[in-house]
Design a protein around this ligand. Structure first.
Ligand code: SAJ
Length: 433
């Protein structure tokens, strides 16, 4: 199938890079968003999302004339839905945006079109939710138009490269739909394109992120066990990973972001009777911020009135994304327990929170602090020299929740350093640090 013109609905983290990439590969693209501010920013040549290389790519696409931005769809050969699927109260998937984007396509849908859902969705959404809405057009899915699910699998920070290089799964509601989807993405995808059914493709996406969540949960549980048994979990993991068939992930302050901490709940919601392990893993990871709060509580005896410098707020290293971030949760919990929290997030200095204040510099965060805690292994925070820190603060209590700091160097600079997953009676001479 040939695609001269497509509509991409949702100009977010996935839709905007996808639309720009199609446009720079010669396809005419209408980028659609319901948010007026987003439409205006893009129409003025600006970009509202921080992702390496995206501004340059978008501007090239926009200037070429292949990419236009509009508040509503137009008649096209294909429609791609790339809207968010957040979750609402009770950890239930919120399909409101998928539903409204599908409805927006109905007036423009024509015989022979292809519609692709990319938004992460509970199993059977393409067949049970999207198809019936599109059929309000009077056209029948699989007979009059093609319909497929194709998950995005890109890693924030590397979206532009992974969009092109990653393997792409296309799940059609029938073979013709899968084939049409494969033809569409072959425009730019260099990774393998694999066709399957729509519901398989939906499950694949959820399985990938659930697998990672469950594996992080076991690493977090290992860190709790190591702390109890006087072991350094980081050393133990490194040794266990020498086994050729073992690859334990990293423990940490919890699992954040808008994918891994959300997607497993879609399985739990869809089949609670079949998902005790997945639900438990989610709860283990969600409880991890409490472990870090407890470490501070025991180091400071009482949190009330203590000034704590929180270093890093993003959900993972070297990104500016604070969504579902466990670091924000920890800072908030500390403040709720009466601590005076001053957070420093080098990639997002203008963030604001009701319960704690933000420092504009590392110095400002450290000044007057009673303790400091490293919550994100951002390069600029990992690399601070403990002697410099010692000169800038009276605090001598330090917590490292991400294995970012060299324990011996911090101890030599006069700090009492507690590391997540390291038992207090652990002999530091035997660590790998
Ligand atoms: N984390 C740990 N320990 C680890 C690895 C990660 O605690 O060993 C934490 C991170 O600090 C972070 C969270 O998990 O808080 C998630 O980070 P991540 O880098 O694992 O993943 P995301 O959310 O940035 O992107 C994921 C990716 N999925 C997988 O790796 C299976 C990406 O490919 C998906 O496209 C993306 O979710 C998505 O959109 O679903």
């Amino acid at each position: 199938m040939n695609f001269d013109k497509i509509c991409v609905l949702g100009m977010g983290y996935i839709g905007l890079p996808t639309a720009s990439t199609f446009a720079t590969h010669g396809v005419r693209v209408v980028g659609v968003d319901v948010n007026r501010q987003v439409v205006e920013t893009l129409q003025n040549g600006g970009v509202h999302i921080h992702e390496p290389g995206l501004r340059t790519l978008f501007q090239a696409a926009y200037k070429s004339g292949n990419l236009t931005i509009s508040p509503q769809p137009e008649e096209s050969d294909a429609f791609i839905i790339a809207v968010p699927t957040p979750f609402k109260e009770g950890k239930k998937a919120d399909l409101e945006f998928v539903v409204s984007a599908s409805e927006a396509i109905v007036p423009y849908l024509k015989q022979g079109n292809l519609v692709v859902l990319e938004s992460t969705s509970p199993p059977r959404t393409t067949i049970d939710v999207v198809a019936p809405i599109l059929e309000k057009s009077g056209l029948k899915a699989g007979e009059d138009f093609h319909l497929a699910y194709s998950p995005e699998r890109v890693l924030p920070g590397q979206i532009l490269r992974e969009l092109i290089d990653n393997a792409r799964v296309i799940g059609g509601i029938d073979k013709a739909s899968s084939d049409a989807g494969r033809d569409l993405y072959a425009t730019f995808v260099r990774g393998e394109i694999i066709c399957t059914t729509a519901t398989t493709a939906e499950m694949v996406k959820l399985m990938e992120n659930t697998y990672r969540d469950v594996n992080i949960a076991i690493a977090n549980e290992f860190s709790r066990l190591a702390a109890r048994f006087g072991v350094d979990v980081w050393e133990a993991i490194e040794l266990a990973n020498r086994h050729p068939r073992v690859e334990i992930l990293n423990p940490g302050p919890g699992v954040g972001g808008h994918c891994i901490s959300v997607d497993p709940w879609f399985f739990v919601e869809a089949a609670p009777d079949l998902t005790p392990l997945i639900a438990t893993a989610r709860n283990v990871n969600d409880a991890q911020p409490q472990v870090v709060v407890d470490m501070l509580q025991s180091a400071l005896t009482d949190l009330s009135g203590k000034r704590i410098a929180v270093l890093g707020l993003a959900y993972k290293p070297d990104v500016d994304d604070l969504r579902e971030s466990p670091a924000v949760e920890i800072a908030s919990q500390l403040a709720e327990k009466g601590a005076i929290v001053v957070a420093y997030e080098p990639y997002k200095l203008d963030a604001q929170f009701p319960k704690f204040s933000m420092a504009q510099t590392l110095e400002e965060a450290l000044s007057g602090a009673d303790a400091l805690v490293l919550l994100v292994a951002h390069a600029p925070l990992k690399n601070i020299a403990p002697e410099d820190v010692a000169a800038k603060t009276k605090a001598r209590i330090a917590i490292d929740a991400v294995n970012g700091w060299d324990a011996a160097a911090w101890q030599a600079a006069g700090f009492s350093l507690s590391r997540l997953g390291v038992g207090t009676d652990h002999n530091p001479l035997s660590t790998t640090h």
